[in-house]
Design a protein. Structure first.
Lengths: 219, 219
DNA sequence: CGGAACTATGGCACAGAATGCCAAATATTG
DNA sequence: CAATATTTGGCATTCTGTGCCATAGTTCCG
């Protein structure tokens, strides 16, 4: 009666993922020809041989189809960060994992990014996606450092700092330097980052006291 | 014929701003009682004494009404940053401006934030709004430093770093520490930031070479 | 095997968002 | 006042997203 079968839940889950993958695959194939805004959900559903209603049982919105693909990157990145050698510097761990991720960009990923670039309604989603990426980095760093991201602000701040050059590289690539190589932009961003950091540190150690402990001035 | 009157454009612009302000004021007043999702645009338009169609001539979406208010903060923050004394450290300039901004939070602002917090469809907009805030900081810093943000990555990186503790404070406040004082969270975040920065610098200068110039290792 | 319980799907219907179009109202200029 | 330009309102339309219920397909168990 109230007994819930153990095996079917795993099977159902795999089946669900399969349908979801099929749906987004069909949608992305259609998006190679059509503009995102002109493509309706009815068309996606019809092309996948599924009813419109069923589509909304797998995706909450049309943007979600693209987002589902992009979100896998955040998962991979987070996994890479925690899998990184434990003695590696947190900032370096984030940046190496990121470089590994961008190196794996294939043609499909490039087409996807191009689609997002030229679709205003997807650019907002892209901001949200970048934020998800950052949050993934925060959690991965928190796990690495054995800290609770809900209580301690260190993971937040460290992750944001480590993410700064990556963000800059992505934004430059996404923006007005799309033609250039991602790896090259990443190099430039990391170089700028290190230079600025060194300058900041040099400015600090010029002060007499080795550790600045003063409270910041109230306005 | 082809002559365009000079004065009317300014008047029309002010009138437009007035209508826009009136609309969002009415909407926010309605939102003190009602939930965001249950409030329809027809109601807003009716309460403001305009047609539904006219509403969409002033706002692109329902979320835009809230967003219009929140976006003013970004404008103010950017203005504060560029108006800051020129000899002030860029990072400090950003953080002082931000503190000034959060200190000016009034009851209406708090109610607005509370609304966003408890409305899922607005939380996405909140991410976008934070990103707009960051971009405003980037541009303000670029102007301060006399750099072109489109070509040079320094403004991006510096702004993101300077913004990191502010972001952490906002997120903590927005998240699970809503009851606490914003200024206090900001103090905590800035303290953590300075401590981490000092630790990072100390780690750097422990190396023999004063300036690290090595290329980051390829994966 | 065969019915019972459960789950996924499809097909409505519906409210609301957002946009295009055109006519009426309103404001502006000469 | 008349001509012109701008703003507004109302209508129609397309699409999104969701609730509801009947139906088809599956799994469980006697």
């Amino acid at each position: 009666m109230v007994y819930t079968a153990p095996m079917p839940v795993a099977i159902a889950e795999r089946k669900r993922r399969a349908v979801r993958g099929e749906l987004s695959e069909v949608a992305l194939r259609l998006l190679t020809d059509r503009a995102f805004d002109s493509l309706t959900i009815d068309e996606i559903a019809a092309a996948a041989g599924v009813s419109r209603r069923t589509f909304f049982r797998y995706f909450t919105s049309k943007e979600d189809v693209v987002f589902a693909f992009l979100d896998q990157w955040a998962v991979r990145l987070a996994a890479d960060i925690v899998a990184r050698p434990a003695r590696e510097d947190p900032v370096a761990a984030v940046q190496n994992s990121f470089r590994q991720l961008t190196a794996a960009y294939d043609d499909q990923a490039l087409a996807l990014v191009r689609l997002v670039r030229e679709t205003p309604s997807l650019q907002e989603q892209e901001m949200i996606n970048r934020e998800h990426l950052r949050i993934a980095v925060v959690n991965a760093l928190a796990m690495r450092l054995g800290l609770d991201a809900e209580r301690d602000m260190r993971p937040q701040i460290l992750a944001t700092i480590a993410f700064a050059p990556l963000d800059a590289a992505m934004l430059a690539w996404f923006g007005n330097r799309f033609g250039e190589e991602v790896g090259h932009l990443l190099d430039e961003a990391l170089g700028t980052f290190e230079r600025e950091r060194d300058a900041m540190c040099a400015g600090l150690q010029s002060s007499t006291k080795p550790r600045t402990r003063r409270r910041s001035a109230r306005s």
